[in-house]
Ligand binder design. Structure first.
Ligand code: UTP
Length: 286
């Protein structure tokens, strides 16, 4: 069985749910306290054993490339002023993994974005991590998916239970076997009364390279975009997919409430902030 060494992180979306800030700041770079959410996703990949990351980016998101690259001027200023902690912090960002970039000329959908990774991936299984789905967990969520891939030699979808009334926002899992979590199919953004379960795919996937054959044939789907989910649905007819109902919390930081929840939860786990924040939250009269 081939090891999962590479991850594709699509970050070329328009972020229309988060306008106006996303007119000039990528939503993936909005901070969770003081760390861009994308850095958490990259850390999750590295802690899961990923060695190479391809960002599918856009001409309007150059700051992502800058962030994961060296900044010699900043490093030398920090060194001269003796700010060693900060110096190590900025150096670490760029040293822990190999980063690659490809531009998606037009945001035609997540399926179109992943398809651009074909040459980079070659003939091996790989991870897809959505740049606006943030996870908080003890064992990195992607590692949990890789463990399942290694158990069954299969494609894997990271899954969380969502509120029944919210199923219309997600790709919802239809199980073939509830015990083993083998997946029969996926229904993209179903009507609440038609959803086959309350379990949603939430931005973490391990797929085999045959996904590119399905991506090549992909037609536009929901919202007139090429949906990655649709390519997985086609591949499900030929290969096994399992759900990884992972241990951890998922935040959709592409919407305002999910973003605020992530900020509060992550801050409540920061030693330097948590006590003052707790006091403040207790005092707020809502
Ligand atoms: P989303 O659908 O959540 O992102 O895609 P979006 O299109 O930016 O969102 P809204 O609805 O306009 O607010 C999930 C991930 O896939 C990337 C996004 O950047 C996000 O990280 N994506 C989406 C692309 O890279 N290219 C696309 O064409 C679409």
């Amino acid at each position: 069985m081939k090891k999962v060494r590479k991850a594709v992180i699509p970050v070329a979306g328009m972020g229309t749910r988060f306008l106006p800030v996303t007119k000039s700041v990528p939503k993936e770079m909005l901070p969770i306290v003081d760390i861009p959410s994308l850095q958490y996703i990259v850390n999750e990949a590295i802690e899961s054993g990923i060695e190479q990351i391809l960002f599918v980016t856009s001409p309007y998101k150059k700051c992502i490339e800058d962030f994961f690259d060296r900044n010699f001027e900043l490093e030398s200023r920090l060194e001269k002023s003796g700010k060693i902690k900060q110096l190590n912090m900025v150096k670490d960002i760029s040293s822990s993994c190999q980063f690659f970039y490809i531009r998606q000329g037009e945001p035609l959908g997540s399926g179109h974005a992943v398809k651009l990774a074909k040459e980079f991936i070659g003939n091996e299984p790989f991870a897809v991590m959505y740049g606006d789905d943030l996870m908080k967990s003890d064992v990195p969520v992607l590692k949990q998916l890789i463990n399942l891939y290694e158990k069954y030699d299969c494609n894997v979808i990271g899954v969380q239970k969502v509120r029944h009334e919210d199923v219309y926002k997600y790709g919802i899992i239809e199980y073939e076997n509830l015990e083993t979590k083998k997946i029969k199919s996926l229904v993209e953004k179903p009507k609440v009364e038609e959803a086959p379960s309350d379990n949603a795919g939430v931005g973490r996937y391990i797929v085999k390279p045959e996904i590119f054959e399905e991506l090549d044939k992909l037609q536009t789907g929901v919202n007139g975009e090429y949906q990655f989910t649709d390519a997985m649905i086609s591949l499900m007819k030929k290969q096994d997919f399992y759900a990884c109902e992972f241990m951890g919390t998922y935040y959709d930081i592409g919407n305002q409430l999910g973003y605020l929840k992530a900020n509060i939860d992550f801050a409540l786990h920061r030693e330097d902030i948590k006590d003052d924040l707790k006091d403040y939250l207790k005092k707020i009269d809502v």
